[in-house]
Design a protein around this ligand. Structure first.
Ligand code: ATP
Ligand code: MG
Length: 344
């Protein structure tokens, strides 16, 4: 079985091939980061236009040498509607021309399965943590396609908090990797930023933390007789703010994920989404996991952020495990706020 995966939900255009055993054959990816950098965030119209310009070239890279395709998996949500439509229309057109089935994939499920690409021993049940640009979810993965969403963010996602704090500090977009880098030079105990643990709930909240960083900066600049626009601050101060902010985010993510895994009697945790690339989150969760006899899985860095391989792999599982009946298919519809649903 050879599955073509297509991902165009936000600002990465990516295609990948997954073969028998869920093994990656190849992937092509075009990142639009540079196109959006001046705007310090993704501009939807620029994103969809760029997907349209790139998608055919990436598909061609997948089918070189007359590669036979048995099925297509395409992200249908959540994401930007114009961007999702480019992927969906491409997948449907190819499915029609090649006469192969097309299955719609939830982008968040694909993040949940991203660790399967390289960790073949990983199988459900496990505690899934999705920490991405738009979402922060704790999901109990009982089996393939069988989920309980335990909690989610009530306001900003972890990635959004990174990007907004980076913007406050006058840093580039996306802010996550830059804060990750700067935090290594700072003191995580320098500023006691608040942690929203929300006892009795598996939900998250990061907007208060972001506001605390804003107030801290306002206070700092006022005291020094400066205006907030007079940033950049000295490098050591910025590094301390980054390290202290990151420590607050990671502290909450690690504590809640470990507690949820223990509460539901699980032995494994799998993390996905752009923030799973964070070096401090990785080291802390692995360390605390060991202390609690939990095995923690992360995808390697290229598969933490958006990629076609995780979409193709999720499609492979849907086809392989019989959750796709070509005769009884509704037409595919994109949904910018597609929820995580069970496969049957
Ligand atoms: N090393 C890092 N540390 C912290 N955050 C990071 C790191 N690398 C990337 N990020 C963050 O990951 C986010 C992008 O992740 P991803 O590509 O999964 O998001 P998305 O696809 O836009 O959102 P979603 O998956 O929720 O639809 C950005 O907010 C970015 O700042
Ligand atoms: Mg994503």
């Amino acid at each position: 079985m050879m599955i073509l995966g297509i991902e165009t939900s936000c600002d990465e255009t990516s295609c990948a091939l997954i073969k028998e055993g869920g093994r990656l054959v190849r992937q092509a990816l075009f990142s639009q980061t540079e196109l959006h950098q001046t705007f310090k965030g993704v501009v939807p119209e620029i994103a969809s236009r760029s997907h349209l310009e790139k998608i055919n070239e990436l598909v061609e890279q997948m089918i070189q040498g007359n590669q036979k395709i048995d099925g297509i998996a395409v992200t249908i949500g959540p994401g930007l509607v114009g961007s999702l439509l480019i992927g969906k229309m491409t997948a449907e057109a190819l499915g029609w021309v090649w006469d192969v089935p097309v299955v719609g994939i939830n982008h968040l499920e694909a993040h949940l399965y991203s660790s399967f690409l390289e960790h073949k021993e990983l199988k459900p049940p496990f505690m899934g943590a999705i920490v991405s640009g738009g979402h922060t979810h704790l999901v109990l993965v009982e089996d393939f396609g069988k989920y309980k969403v335990l909690g989610r963010t009530r306001d900003d996602s972890a990635g959004e908090a990174y990007d907004k704090v980076a913007k406050l500090l006058g840093l580039d977009y996306p802010g996550g990797p830059i804060i990750d880098r700067l935090a290594k030079k700072g003191d995580p105990t320098a500023i006691p930023f608040p942690r929203a643990h929300l006892p009795g709930s598996w939900d998250f909240s990061f907007s208060g933390l972001k506001t605390a960083v804003l107030y801290f900066l306002q206070n700092l600049t006022n005291k020094g007789g400066l205006k907030i626009e007079s940033l950049p601050l000295p490098l050591k101060t910025v590094a301390d703010i980054c390290a202290s902010f990151q420590s607050a985010v990671v502290d909450v993510l690690v504590r809640k994920t470990i507690s949820a895994a223990k509460k539901f009697g699980l032995k494994k945790i799998a993390v996905g989404g752009g923030v799973s690339a964070n070096s401090f989150l990785r080291s802390e969760l692995i360390k605390k996991g060991k202390e609690n006899k939990l095995k923690v899985y992360f995808p390697s860095l290229p598969y933490s952020t958006d990629n076609g391989a995780m979409v193709a792999l999720t499609g492979y599982y849907k086809f392989k495990k019989g959750f796709y009946d070509a005769k009884n298919q509704e037409p595919l519809e994109v949904n910018p706020s597609l929820p995580i649903k069970n496969w049957n």
